[in-house]
Unconditional design. Structure first.
Length: 395
């Protein structure tokens, strides 16, 4: 048995999404900017997809801008918010230390252009509070950007409360909702955010397509110069098959959201119950305020990388955190932001489930993880020192 438990990195495209896309490769392949019939059919598909995506998050179709994925939507949102602020002389941005690199690196770029950035610390449970945000807001704060669901540990942030605090002080609010859309209810009106990013491949749609929600009144900056596509906010021939796939996937996810959440939460609870029994392990992030599918554990005395390789050999695809940091030996910036010591953060394991996982697969994971942890601890000089009391246990 081989179990795919890395759905926070990317997901399987649903059959419905794949089938919806197919005709847009081979039959309706016109350029949506062309005036002829094939072009107009592509344009109609684009418009229908925009309406479907808007409906899924309770937005208006005029507030949806398709992008080349979650990273691009984050870049575009943050730069737009920064430019709107700069026009009023506001050049301060607030975010958090555990954002995705698409956010953190965009903020680094803005710092070089004279913006000041405050990264809020994250509480040990992996949650940012509205009080922390309120305390950091200054006269010159242009934008607050806080992720909805953390991609490494799965914790949910109180986005509606944070947006309220921002708006009381006249500050724009963006949320990276890439791990939230399609997994938990996302309603832009109820949240009252100004901008929100999403990516199709995190909810069983295709890779390389995403969307930015920007409410009416936001001056969206185009980050890709070119033609007049996306109302002049993103040059380049539209990825019609991808956009159609995204619309199909978001429709499917929102139709079954409650049932899927219940099902996936059940699988996750079984994982937490069993993996918590491993001695000197800890579940990272709040026990309750989490997305259905994602869990992250630290196991003392072992390296995340070896754990992943051995799990792969035993038929489990997992991650040590974000796909972006694997390959480097640095511990995850997310786990360090929670205040975990380096030694502990190194031994992390993220398992992220989807509605395609079965209870049998969860039992397979529950067997494989303790076996691999025991095996690696048996070979670990660090574990040996811990066992002999030459080093204090940190978990
Ligand atoms: C995956 C992810 C992104 C990046 O999305 P891409 O479509 O891969 O560019 C951004 N933010 C979060 C929280 C993510 O999980």
């Amino acid at each position: 048995m081989y179990v795919y438990a890395d759905n926070a990195a990317t997901t399987q495209v649903s059959r419905r999404a794949a089938e919806a896309m197919l005709p847009y490769f081979t039959e309706v392949y016109g350029n949506a900017s062309s005036l002829h019939t094939p072009g107009q059919r592509a344009m109609e598909a684009l418009q229908a997809a925009r309406e479907a995506v808007a409906k899924a998050i309770n937005a208006d179709h005029k507030e949806i801008y398709f992008t080349g994925g979650g990273s691009e939507a984050d870049n575009q949102a943050i730069i737009s918010g920064a430019m709107m602020g700069a026009r009023q002389g506001k050049k301060h941005i607030i975010s958090t230390a555990f954002e995705h690199h698409a956010v953190l690196h965009t903020l680094d770029k803005l710092k070089k252009q004279g913006f000041e950035v405050t990264l809020l610390p994250v509480h040990e449970n992996g949650v940012v509070t509205p009080e922390d945000v309120a305390a950091a807001i200054r006269e010159d704060t242009a934008l607050v950007t806080v992720m909805f669901v953390n991609n490494e540990i799965g914790t949910i942030q109180p986005i509606a409360d944070i947006a309220r605090v921002c708006h009381e002080k006249g500050v724009l609010m963006h949320t990276d909702a890439v791990q939230a859309v399609g997994h938990i209810p996302v309603d832009v009106k109820a949240l009252d955010v100004d901008m929100l990013s999403m990516a199709a491949h995190k909810f069983h749609g295709p890779k390389g397509v995403g969307a930015l929600y920007a409410r009416k009144g936001i001056a969206v900056v185009n980050v890709i110069e070119g033609g007049q596509q996306e109302r002049g906010k993103r040059g380049g021939t539209e990825n019609i098959p991808g956009i159609v796939g995204m619309a199909a996937a978001i429709g499917e996810a929102t139709e079954h959201l409650e049932d899927d959440m219940k099902y996936v939460t059940g699988l996750r609870e079984r994982l937490i119950e069993e993996l918590s029994k491993i001695p000197h392990s800890r579940l990272n992030g709040d026990r309750e305020k989490r997305v259905p599918g994602t869990v992250n554990f630290c196991f003392e005395g072992i390296e995340g990388e070896s754990l992943l390789l051995w799990l792969d050999a035993k038929g489990v695809a997992a991650s040590s955190g974000s796909a972006c940091t694997s390959g480097s030996l640095d511990p995850s910036h997310v786990l360090l932001a929670l205040g975990l010591p380096h030694e502990v953060a190194h031994g992390s394991l993220r398992l992220s489930l989807s509605v395609y996982n079965t209870p049998e697969e969860i039992e397979h994971i529950i067997q494989a993880v303790p076996e691999v942890v025991d095996y690696l601890r048996g070979m670990s000089p660090v574990w040996d020192e811990l066992e002999r009391g030459e080093r204090p246990h940190l978990i």
